[in-house]
Design a protein around this ligand. Sequence first.
Ligand code: PGA
Length: 266
Amino acid sequence: MRKTIVAGNWKMNGTLAGSIELAKELGRVLSRQKLNRVRPVVFPPALYLIAVGQQIRDTGIELGGQDCSTAAAGSFTGDVSAPMLRESGCRFVIVGHSERRRFHGETSDTVRAKAAAAMAHQLTPIICVGEDASGLAQADLRSTLGAQVIGSVPADAHLNLPVIAYEPLWAIGAAASATPRHIEVAHAAIRSTLVDLLGPAVGEQVAILYGGSVNPGNCADLFSVDNIDGVLVGRSSMNADQFVALVAAAEDRRRREEGGGQALDQ
Ligand code: PGA
């Protein structure tokens, strides 16, 4: 069974010293826990990747970039390439986050090219999709997400599996997450599109994360949704206690599913 991913997107926040402190604290706490069912991943700002990577080495926490170029190298001022991320210790990269789509005009075509660049350089892309408006009718929700998945997932995704993050825009940075029922409908639509696109053997294997105002107070409810393979977290990932609580909740949920075991110490 695939592990539950708990991904912390630090966005453009913090300082070098603060990021090192946060990484050190996460490493100290999480390395003491036997995380057999969860993969915690942190996504610091690109400038801090190497320093954060040094703090989390051998702790079980993995590293990811927040974005990458479609190109491997060249005259692209300000961009960071997939091979650079890989060389800096990353295993993952987020592509097509709604803030990139919105503030940098990234289309699904661009996102697909970024995901392909990541996969070509042994990075797992976390491809973000999500509807703008709340309250869509189910049929509209399904067709919006279906179109985004078809547009953003590379056709040869079976060679190196991507991860999809479902992040409804109205739930990002908001007071409340989407409801478990809404997420269930959205994830089912994404899953069936993946199965159509990649075939059942591959489409069923792609992990689907939920993101948007996930915190320790609502994660138990969210983890009760069957088809959630993990979470992509913004604000709650920049506080060590909260991120550790999310990781612990994910591990406990999986342990319970497997039929027992003690709750994790925090
Ligand atoms: P949030 O951010 O958890 O602060 O809502 C989520 C995201 O943008 O990935």
